[in-house]
Design a binder for this molecule. Structure first.
Ligand SMILES: NC(=O)CC[C@H](N)C(=O)O
Length: 217
């Protein structure tokens, strides 16, 4: 994530440690993927109590942009910053592969600049990626246009096979009601460099940067 933000996107990037208590004036906060506390209890369930989360939550409550990828998304759900939960994949296995996702709305910093008809090829690498929300929450997510991505096939169709982890309504990413906090399970930072022969993920970062600049001006 740091490589893509600093080298590919050419952004001033600050690494914040989980024990830090100061965001050092960062405009956009990114909770990256990986394994926090060995995924004990549930992925993200312990990291959500890290000291850094206090200023991160305050940043989000003040309208600041906050993005969570994979384990970062799990931390966002555990902290109640976005609705829903991430359960074990339906086949109970870690899945690491390229999948396709289609943006569902352009009303979020993460998706504003994306093509709503395009299937973006982005890898997933998770064991607890099955998005779940109860009926009332799902209704709200749909009514408020908070569903950012759905798993699809290469042509953008929502086929059952495309939904490899068993997420409810194929959901791969959501935002909060205020739209400044957004999370997704696939890893756009693993598809943002020419060397990886796939730069589909770059468009998501470009979208966030464009929105962040608007935000400031
Ligand atoms: N790539 C990741 O962020 C993995 C998230 C988490 N450790 C899981 O396996 O579900």
């Amino acid at each position: 994530m740091v490589y893509v933000l600093s080298r590919v996107m050419q952004l001033e990037t600050v690494r914040l440690w989980h024990k830090d208590t100061d965001l050092q004036g960062c405009d956009v906060i990114v909770l990256p993927g990986g394994f926090s506390y060995g995924d004990y209890l549930r992925s993200g369930a312990i990291a959500r109590f890290s000291p850094i989360m206090e200023p991160v939550i305050a940043h989000a409550q003040n309208g600041g942009m906050l993005m969570g990828i994979c384990n970062g998304f799990q931390i966002l759900t555990e902290a109640g910053l976005v609705p829903g939960a991430l359960l074990r994949n339906v086949e109970q296995k870690f899945i690491c592969k390229n999948v396709y996702i289609r943006p569902q709305t352009d009303r979020s910093p993460l998706t504003a600049a994306l093509d709503l008809q395009k299937a973006y090829k982005i890898p997933v690498a998770h064991a607890e990626g099955r998005y779940y929300a109860d009926e009332a929450t799902l209704r709200q997510l749909n009514e408020n246009d908070q569903i950012l991505f759905r798993y699809c096939d290469a042509s953008g169709q929502l086929t059952p096979e495309a939904n490899m982890n068993g997420s409810i309504e194929h959901i791969a990413g959501v935002c909060n009601a205020e739209r400044n906090v957004f999370g997704m399970m696939p890893h756009p930072e693993r598809a943002a460099d020419e060397a990886l022969s796939n730069t589909d993920g770059r468009a998501l970062f470009e979208s966030v940067v464009a929105k962040a600049l608007q935000f400031q001006s």
